[in-house]
Design a protein around this ligand. Sequence first.
Ligand SMILES: N[C@@H](CCC(=O)N[C@@H](CS)C(=O)NCC(=O)O)C(=O)O
Length: 196
Amino acid sequence: MRIALNLKGVDYDAVPIDLASGAQKDRDYRARNPQGFVPMLEIDGLAITQSLAIIHYLEATRPEPRLAPADLADRIHVMAMALTIACDIHPLNNLRVIKYLSGPLDHDAEARDDWYRHWVREGFTALEAMAAPRAGRFLFGDAPTLADICLVPQMFNARRFNLPLDDFPLLVRADAEANALEAFAAAHPDRVAPAA
Ligand SMILES: N[C@@H](CCC(=O)N[C@@H](CS)C(=O)NCC(=O)O)C(=O)O
């Protein structure tokens, strides 16, 4: 969400939520966002949850610069790559899933990390093949799209879990190209104020 806001040039105030301490589950926050996840965006009198819904809203209301190609077939291809990450990779390695593995299911850190790397490796393998026919500097062509917006945080996460990335040269290149842009760099967790 931060990357999309930056690319669109939308100014925002960030309200950090400390996920490690479970602040996303606070009653006050859940009253506004029943899923108890971040992000949530308050904009134009709306409170929007789900990153892809937020990005869809930004794209519809602030069309420039485009985050998906104008041509329908190209746009659907970009959307499929974004969904591969947002629907099929990320949910399996989300904090609450990882915590459930080590908590109620009593798996040790090695099993938990194996789980993480297995699903990301499988997803990245598919994504690398999907990107291959149309990739340029980015996952699609030479300008960042929705697919790169989803990719960059997942790559950050993959590195945290020491997933070898040698088999994914297109993903590594798109990630590097994206991070060289200020809109992406400014959204990096290290550049965002921690929760109080
Ligand atoms: N599908 C949602 C996922 C949101 C989500 O899972 N956010 C994570 C942080 S990246 C979260 O709030 N996790 C809290 C938890 O798992 O308890 C989206 O794309 O916005």
